[in-house]
Design a protein around this ligand. Sequence first.
Ligand code: RP5
Length: 186
Amino acid sequence: GPSMGNVEKALDSMLNDKISDSQSTATPRVGIIMGSDSDLPVMKDAAKVLNMFEVPHEVRIVSAHRTPDWMHSYALSAQERGIQVIIAGAGGAAHLPGMVAASTPLPVIGVPVRASTLDGVDSVLSILQMPRGVPVATVAINNATNAGLLAVRMLAVCDADLLARISQYQEDTKSEVLAKDEKLQK
Ligand code: RP5
């Protein structure tokens, strides 16, 4: 397959050193990728959710436009490396989720990042309007939390432990709202 250039390699390892503390040493089940380190403030929310559910994951900078060869090799190798779901965030002309979905059989969740003068509408339309045959599950603008939760639900289909945890999370969310209502009535 296509190999990574030296500049891309150096940039990749540099960017990944900075965020390595949010990653576990186990084989990652979820790949969180994004077009630029400027997407990190949004995309870290997906990592937070996966940390909360103790799902091993990796966080990588993969740009469709600036590092097309790296993107292609990432997408082609993800499944055989043990990745089961890919969360891809990008802003502007956000081609990353769709282009990755084109080169992997894995489910891809797209996060439209609000990154330009068009307020994220550009990102959401770029990610949402995929042609028939190449699906991307698109979440709301900047909602990497939901991307993380959707990834957990996908993994929970064949993982009883994770299913119990996601059910507990839903119970906790319900209790929180009911407690707030109760407080309001006092
Ligand atoms: C996209 O362009 C990235 O996903 C990011 O959201 C946006 C701007 O990137 P930078 O110019 O900040 O690197 O490729």
